[in-house]
Design a protein around this ligand. Structure first.
Ligand code: COA
Length: 160
């Protein structure tokens, strides 16, 4: 049984992330969406909110689970008995960063393999910060996120 982790900050989860998760779920027996609790980024949504939004967005995918984690990804992978990480590659700018992350993770645990799925053109330049900025300025985010995420963004920014 091949279980893969799709890790990220998911602040918030976008249709770009969902495309990668959904495609990973057709290749793997099971996919665990790993929502990182501690991140150098100052997040708009709390870890509970990011996890809940990811759960709602993936509820229709039978072999997908969403779990939050704290600490190193390699430790979480070991704890879950997972040896494959699947990440999306968007523009070429992702490559350098992913290359570095993979090199570090390999040093920490050589058994953890990272594999990549290319983003389709429509999501090539999508990111959570673009979505947050668009929502903050009152723009329409419906093309980029699920209705639940769009609602959560609206609520968050109406509060500020
Ligand atoms: N579609 C749309 N956007 C995507 C995307 C896709 N397929 N893939 C990535 N992105 C975007 C995200 O939206 C995010 O955008 P933002 O910066 O504008 O908010 C950006 O790319 C980075 O993604 P993020 O979710 O933050 O993931 P990451 O690639 O930076 O990695 C972890 C985050 C959690 C995997 C990584 O930090 C980690 O492993 N942390 C645990 C600690 C650890 O083990 N560190 C490594 C050793 S020190």
């Amino acid at each position: 049984m091949t279980i893969a982790l799709t890790p990220g900050t998911f602040d918030p989860i976008t249709r770009g992330h969902l495309d990668i998760i959904s495609r990973a779920s057709t290749l793997m027996d099971e996919v665990i969406v790993a929502v990182a609790e501690s991140t150098p980024k100052h997040t708009l949504f709390s870890i509970e909110e990011r996890t809940e939004l990811a759960k709602q967005a993936t509820t229709h995918m039978d072999n997908v689970r969403v779990i939050s984690f704290d600490g190193l990804l390699v430790d979480f992978a070991r704890k879950m008995g997972v040896s494959v990480v699947v990440k999306g590659l968007r523009a070429i700018t992702d490559f350098e960063y992913e290359f570095q992350m993979n090199a570090i993770n390999q040093q920490l645990d050589y058994r953890l393999e990272t594999t990549f799925i290319m983003s389709p053109p429509e999501y090539m330049y999508l990111s959570s910060s673009i979505v947050r900025e668009l929502a903050a300025l009152g723009g329409d985010v419906s093309k980029f996120v699920t209705p639940e995420v769009a609602e959560a963004l609206k609520f968050k920014f109406s509060d500020m």
